[in-house]
Design a protein around this ligand. Structure first.
Ligand code: PLP
Length: 351
């Protein structure tokens, strides 16, 4: 069989998403950081009132209604907002806009496992920057990033759930000569965020998603915030109609319902605190989480074994067989009832 793909594409494995089982009924799904609660009732209304006949028309190319709603919600002009088909789409646009093939792309590690895959797809030179033993930023991060065109980091970080001091990020933005991309997929669950750095620095992009905190992973809507020169370059790279008409209508409704978002976040943070405490009481090491998941070093059994044992009981968590993280399991925060079911099984199995 001849190889038809470009050699650089044929050579790489591609990204492996977390398992999405087909029959959900019997499983407790705590593996891909989805929200256990339904999206806002405003989403249901938007779907019911949606003009299906309008689907024959192309959507507004830049998702203007979404950008205008986001502008009000976040207090940032619509001209500084770019919408994507999920924030993964925005991360792809970032690599294509800022890093030519053969140029260096820096990213922290361990972090979102999509970053190195995007580097390979673009033919960029990977420049991973290892976090400290406690998953903090290394003191020589700037030197390591060097002349990279783009530096990407997740704050709060995945899969660790931990965050970085904001002052360190601000300092980095001021001193790094390339673009700093702050992936804030989990910022709604955190104590602070870096959105204000967009006004402060011409080289900063902050990205958000409706997938986690808004309970809309099935919709696919991401937002990037940056000053106009960066946004305008990225606009050239995106697909002409990267956010469909239905997504635009639903995203506007979801973004406008901020009280509902705050209630979801309040519940998940409360469940997170209770679950972390319960796991610590069982002797586990639990990293301090600013996200909707916990990164846990089990007290007794190896993480890989425990992951399999939980799986056999219908409890799906995430396990990464990668350096530095293979002794941990990542547990998405579900409802209180789901976490109780998880804790009961965990206590039984981690012996
Ligand atoms: C989930 C996640 C994303 C992707 O979000 P989508 O908007 O669903 O594409 C991006 N970055 C990090 C760190 C994530 O965990």
């Amino acid at each position: 069989m001849p190889i038809y793909a470009r050699p650089s594409i044929h050579a790489i494995a591609g990204y492996t998403p977390g398992e999405q089982p087909v029959g959900l009924s019997k499983l407790v799904k705590l593996n891909t950081n989805e929200n256990p609660y339904p999206p806002s009732p405003a989403v249901q209304r938007a779907l019911a009132e949606f003009d299906w006949q309008a689907m024959r028309l192309y959507p507004e190319p830049t998702a203007r209604p979404v950008r205008e709603t986001a502008a009000e919600v976040f207090g940032i002009p619509a001209s500084r907002i770019l919408c994507g088909n999920g924030s993964d789409d925005l991360l792809t646009i970032a690599l294509r806009t800022f890093v030519d093939a053969g140029q260096p792309f820096a990213f922290t590690a361990p972090s979102y496992s999509l970053y190195p895959v995007l580097a390979d797809l673009q033919g960029a030179v990977q420049r991973p920057i290892e976090l400290d033993p406690d998953f903090g930023l290394p003191a020589d991060l700037l030197e390591q990033a060097g002349d990279a065109r783009l530096l990407m980091l997740a704050r709060p970080n995945a899969p660790t759930g931990t965050t970085f001091p904001k002052e360190a990020i601000r300092d980095l933005c001021g001193r790094f000569q390339g673009v700093v991309w702050i992936d804030e997929a989990y910022a709604d669950f955190a104590d602070d965020d870096c959105l204000d750095l967009v006004a402060e620095f011409p080289n900063v992009v902050v990205s958000r998603t409706l997938s986690k905190s808004y309970a809309l992973a099935g919709l696919r809507l991401g937002l990037a915030f940056a000053q106009e020169p960066l946004i305008d370059e990225m606009l050239k790279l995106k697909d002409s109609y990267n956010v469909d008409r239905l997504t635009q209508a639903v995203a506007v409704a979801a973004l406008a319902d901020q009280p509902y978002l705050r209630e979801l976040v309040r519940r998940i943070r409360a469940t997170r605190a209770a679950t972390a405490q319960a796991l610590r009481d069982l002797g586990c090491a639990v990293l301090p989480s600013q996200t909707n998941f916990l990164f846990v070093h089990p007290a007794h059994r190896p993480a890989a074994e425990l992951f399999q044992a939980l799986r056999r009981e219908g409890l799906i968590v995430r396990y990464f067989d990668l350096p530095r993280v293979r002794d941990y399991i990542r547990i998405t925060i579900g409802t209180d009832a789901q976490m109780q079911e998880f804790l009961d099984a965990f206590q039984r199995l981690d012996q």
